[in-house]
Design a protein around this ligand. Structure first.
Ligand SMILES: NC(=O)c1ccc[n+]([C@@H]2O[C@H](COP(=O)([O-])OP(=O)(O)OC[C@H]3O[C@@H](n4cnc5c(N)ncnc54)[C@H](OP(=O)(O)O)[C@@H]3O)[C@@H](O)[C@H]2O)c1
Length: 231
């Protein structure tokens, strides 16, 4: 049975990844801030799969290492999905505030802490994939509208560090892919998003399945449609 560890699995894209992987018979370790309140997650049909719900807070950089003491089996897919977009860091004039530090911790630093805590378990698995949930907003080349200081900056930092991860973990046989899920109708994406969570997650899981077979996809930044995005 393949095993995925997914952060931010209680709603939005993370919840749908969990749902679709359980449907495919995977074991999913769903890492969430508040397991007691993860009602949608607990209501998912498990079928032939297996669901474990564990506590994880991306603002606490010791959280991945603590988790690695209880989650000790190989991890085929480590999915750093949890993310935030603070409205207080959007606009020039008042963007540089403490929320931006939190945004960088959650969106950029925590995924690296996860990779550091779990790289050996990923390397011990069959698939050996680390997926980083980035955003096209983190593309410097694609920025033609300004604003979004904290979100853009933290996702650009994630992209830069994801590239390093791909090179540093190559000898372990680990493939690191950096993903833009599309503009998706979630709490973060809002009601006008172009994709449903189902469509986005199907596309992302296809890309992950391809990455497992094609290590040349490691260290690249992909739109959910499969196109390479500019840094
Ligand atoms: N939706 C889009 O259009 C879009 C586009 C590009 C990229 N993305 C990226 O996709 C990822 C998922 O976004 P989404 O659209 O599914 O957003 P969402 O519905 O707002 O879900 C965000 C998830 O991240 C979790 N999270 C936030 N801060 C956390 C923390 N400190 N510790 C642990 N978990 C935390 C949330 O947990 P709580 O419920 O506890 O808050 C929630 O599970 C994010 O990285 C986002 O940047 C989304």
């Amino acid at each position: 049975m393949h095993h995925a560890l997914i952060t931010g699995a209680n709603r939005g894209l993370g919840l749908e990844h969990t749902r679709q992987l359980l449907e495919r018979g995977w074991h999913v370790t769903a890492a969430v801030r508040n397991p007691d309140a993860a009602d949608a997650l607990k209501a998912l049909p498990v079928g032939e799969g297996k669901l474990d719900i564990v506590a994880y807070d991306a603002t606490d950089l010791s959280s991945p290492a603590k988790l690695a003491k209880t989650v000790t089996t190989p991890i085929d897919l480590l999915f750093a999905n949890a993310g935030m977009a603070a409205s207080s860091t959007r606009s020039f004039g008042s963007a540089a505030n403490a929320d931006m530090q939190t945004e960088f911790t959650v969106n950029a630093i925590a995924p690296i802490a996860l990779a550091e805590a779990f790289a050996d378990q990923v390397a011990a698995s069959e698939m050996k994939v680390i997926a980083l949930q980035s955003s096209r907003m983190g593309s410097i080349a694609d920025n033609d509208s300004g604003h979004g200081y904290g979100y853009r900056g933290s996702k650009a930092a994630l992209n830069a560090m994801g590239k390093s991860l791909s090179l540093d973990l190559k000898d372990k046989g680990i493939v690191v892919i950096i993903l833009h899920p599309g503009w998706v109708r979630t709490d973060m994406g809002g009601p006008n998003g172009q994709l449903t969570v189902t469509e986005s997650v199907e596309g992302q899981l296809d890309l992950i399945a391809r990455a497992y077979k094609q290590p040349a996809m490691s260290g690249r930044f992909f739109h959910v449609s499969g196109q390479d995005l500019p840094w």
